[in-house]
Design a protein around this ligand. Structure first.
Ligand code: AMP
Length: 282
């Protein structure tokens, strides 16, 4: 659909009605709002590949472990809708919590092994919340394709596994991470960084690139590569490592040796703000 204003719908019935006559294929971009250039890149890819594009904006309470983290998650729907409109998005689905989880809602989708380590271990229940809401969104929207950012690499694996196992035909497409000029991955959470923390935050990217260089020079030890990342982050006093990982790119099991492809990933705290990033090898 083109040349029409972006429609904003909040109810399941309105969503179904709007999609009933929409040209196919449909591309979905699930988001939690506070849209930035990373989200824009997903929208642009979706627009290029689909006749109708839908952005969902839903801060999913079930994927937050910490109520304070949920309460302070940044929100600005009017600005988000303006961005979606500028990107030519046809439909914004911005449901309230009870539209997604009606009273009595009592089902959780839990993905197995690939959701267990890394973010799954650091944030218990997080991926249950993600898999559940994405299953609901996939079911409600029935898109041919859905677009996700590689910044959340484990999320891509979890969502793919969920869709495959639940026989949901929406194809999950991973898109490259969009970064600030200094290498910091764009994230809605970056708004919480103090000036000092913001200045230190590119250390995530620098640590990943240091490990990548060591790997390119022939280093294959998982322990050495993990230690390179830790050492780089230790150089920033305001940065506190949550985890560093060198894992199999498919199973996310930690590797003793990197013989094929691998995923470098890390989570680092700056005060109360926790940032993640990753880099694929091979
Ligand atoms: P969020 O609103 O943070 O839940 O993100 C919605 C989607 O945008 C997810 O698929 C994210 O992986 C993706 N995304 C977030 N930040 C970026 C980024 N810097 N580059 C590419 N995709 C991103």
């Amino acid at each position: 659909m083109t040349d029409v204003a972006t429609a904003v719908v909040r109810a399941r019935a309105a969503l179904r009605a709007a999609l009933a006559s929409a040209p196919r294929p449909v591309g979905l971009i699930p988001t939690m709002g506070w849209l930035h250039d990373g989200h824009r890149a997903l929208m642009q890819r979706a627009r290029a590949e689909n006749a109708t594009t839908v952005v969902s904006i839903f801060v999913n309470p079930r994927q937050f472990g910490d109520p304070k983290d949920l309460a302070r998650y940044p929100r600005n729907e009017a600005r988000d809708v303006a961005i979606a409109e500028a990107e030519g998005i046809d439909l914004v689905f911005a449901p309230g919590v009870e539209e997604i989880y009606p009273p009595g809602s009592d089902t959780t989708v839990r993905v197995g092994a690939v959701g267990a380590p890394l973010e799954g271990a650091a944030r218990p229940g997080h991926f249950d919340g993600v898999a559940t809401v994405v299953a609901i969104l996939f079911d409600l929207i029935g898109a041919e394709r859905a677009y996700f950012g590689q910044k959340d690499a484990q999320q891509v694996l979890v969502v793919r596994q969920m869709a495959r196992d639940l026989a949901i035909p929406t194809e999950v497409i991973a898109c490259p991470t969009i970064r600030e000029p200094d290498g910091l991955a764009m994230s809605s959470r970056n708004v919480h960084l103090s000036p000092e923390e913001r200045a230190a935050a590119p250390v995530l990217r620098q640590a990943l690139l240091t490990a990548r260089e060591a790997w390119a020079d022939g280093e294959r030890s998982g322990d050495v590569l993990r230690e390179r990342m830790r050492a780089q982050i230790a150089g920033e006093p305001v940065a506190v490592v949550d985890y560093v990982s060198v894992a199999d790119a498919v199973t996310l099991r930690e590797l003793d040796r990197v013989d094929g492809s691998a995923l470098l990933s890390l989570a680092v705290r700056f005060g109360t703000t926790r940032l993640i990033d990753n880099e694929a090898l091979g």
